[in-house]
Design a protein around this ligand. Structure first.
Ligand code: NAI
Ligand code: PYL
Ligand code: MG
Length: 271
C-alpha cells in the first residue's frame, strides 16, 4: 500500500475543513451527517484511542495527530496513547477507550470494543468518496446516473461496488489491463451496460469522476465537462491544476480525515 508521508499531511487540517464545506455545498450534507446517513449510525460520545504503531516503516510524522484533529473537529472525544503498539493497546483499554484507531503498513483499522464492529480504511475510504459523488447534485437536469472510476485497487473496488448499489452505470479504467479485464468480466452478469471499460481515446465525458490511484495526471482531458466533479482519495491528485482551472472542476480530495470519519461511523452503534 502506498504510505502517507508527513508532507502529504502538512495541510491536512485546512483540507479537512475546506472539504467539509465543499461537500456541504455539493450534497447538502456536512461530512459527519453524510457518514451518519450512509451507515445509519450515530456517535454517542465514545472515547476514541489513537495508538501509534512502530511496525514496518514505523511511525509516520503527523499521522496520529491528524487522526486526533479529525476526531476533535467532528466533536468527538479522543486521545493519543503515550505508549505505542501493545503497550499502547493496554493503555487504551485500561484507560476506558470505546474505539481503537491504529495502523501498520498493511492495514488501518477502527475497532469498537463495545459492539465488536471493525472497519478498514481502504474499504471505508472507497465507500465514502463514492457516496459523496452519489449525493452530489448536478445542475444539468439531463444528467444521468453515470460515473467514471479510475483505479480499481483496494480503494477503487469498494467505490465501484458502492456506485453499483446506488444504481449507477460505471465506466471503469485501470492502467493494469489484467485488473481492468478482470473487473469487467466479474460484472458481466450485471444488467447490461452497468460496468463497461472506459477508452481514454473516446469522447465520453462525465459529470462525475472518481479516482483512486497513486499516480498523477490519471484523469484525461477528454473525459471532462465544464464543472465536472472529481471525488478522489488518490495521492497525489490525479487531475492537473491546469485542467482543473480550464474546466472549473470541483475536487473533493483530502489525505486521511474523510476516510477516518467514514471508519468511525462504520463502527458506531446503529441509530
Ligand atoms: P492500490 O495499489 O490497491 O490500487 C491502485 C490502483 O491504481 C491499481 O489497480 C493500479 O493498477 C492503478 N493505477 C496505478 N497507476 C495508474 C494510472 N497511472 N492510471 C490508472 N490506474 C493506475 O492502492 P489503493 O490502496 O487503492 O490506494 C489508491 C490511492 O489512494 C493511493 O494513492 C493511496 O495512498 C490513496 N489512499 C488515500 C486515502 C485517503 O483517505 N485520501 C485512504 C487510502 C488510500
Ligand atoms: C491510511 C493511509 C492512507 C494512505 N495510505 C495509508 C498509510 O499511509 N498507511 C500506513 C499508516 C502507518 C501509520 C504508522 C503510525 O504512525 O502509527 N504505523
Ligand atoms: Mg480521506
Amino acid at each position: 500500500m502506498a504510505l502517507l508521508t508527513p508532507d502529504d499531511l502538512q495541510n491536512m487540517t485546512d483540507a479537512l475543513v475546506e472539504n467539509d464545506n465543499l461537500v456541504r455545498e455539493l450534497t447538502g450534507f456536512s461530512l459527519d451527517r453524510l457518514c451518519a446517513d450512509v451507515y445509519k449510525t450515530e456517535k454517542k460520545n465514545e472515547k476514541i484511542a489513537i495508538i501509534p504503531v512502530t511496525a514496518g516503516c514505523g511511525i509516520i510524522g503527523r499521522f496520529s495527530e491528524s487522526l486526533l484533529f479529525t476526531v476533535k473537529h467532528f466533536g468527538m472525544n479522543g486521545f493519543i496513547t503515550k505508549n505505542t503498539d501493545v503497550a499502547g493497546f493496554y493503555e487504551a483499554v485500561t484507560g476506558g477507550a470505546d474505539i481503537i484507531l491504529m495502523a501498520d503498513d498493511l492495514a488501518f483499522i477502527a475497532y469498537n470494543l463495545r459492539n465488536q464492529k471493525i472497519a478498514h480504511n481502504q474499504i471505508c475510504t472507497g465507500r465514502v468518496y463514492a457516496e459523496i459523488l452519489c449525493r452530489t447534485k448536478i445542475s444539468n437536469l439531463m444528467s444521468k446516473k453515470e460515473v467514471l472510476v479510475i483505479g480499481l485497487g483496494k480503494v477503487g473496488t469498494p467505490a465501484l461496488e458502492t456506485f453499483l448499489i446506488e444504481g449507477y452505470s460505471v465506466s471503469v479504467f485501470d492502467a493494469d489491463s489484467n485488473r481492468l479485464n478482470e473487473v469487467v468480466a466479474d460484472h458481466a452478469d450485471c444488467s447490461s451496460g452497468k460496468v463497461k471499460p472506459y477508452d481514454p481515446n473516446s469522447n465520453s465525458q462525465f459529470d462525475k469522476i472518481f479516482e483512486a490511484t497513486p499516480a498523477a495526471n490519471t484523469v484525461p482531458e477528454s473525459c471532462l465537462k465544464n464543472n465536472s466533479v472529481l471525488s478522489t482519495p488518490g495521492i497525489p491528485c490525479g487531475l492537473s491544476k491546469a485542467l482543473q482551472e480550464k474546466y472549473g472542476v470541483k475536487i473533493v480530495q483530502e489525505p486521511l480525515g474523510i476516510g477516518t470519519l467514514s471508519m468511525l461511523y462504520a463502527v458506531f452503534d446503529e441509530k
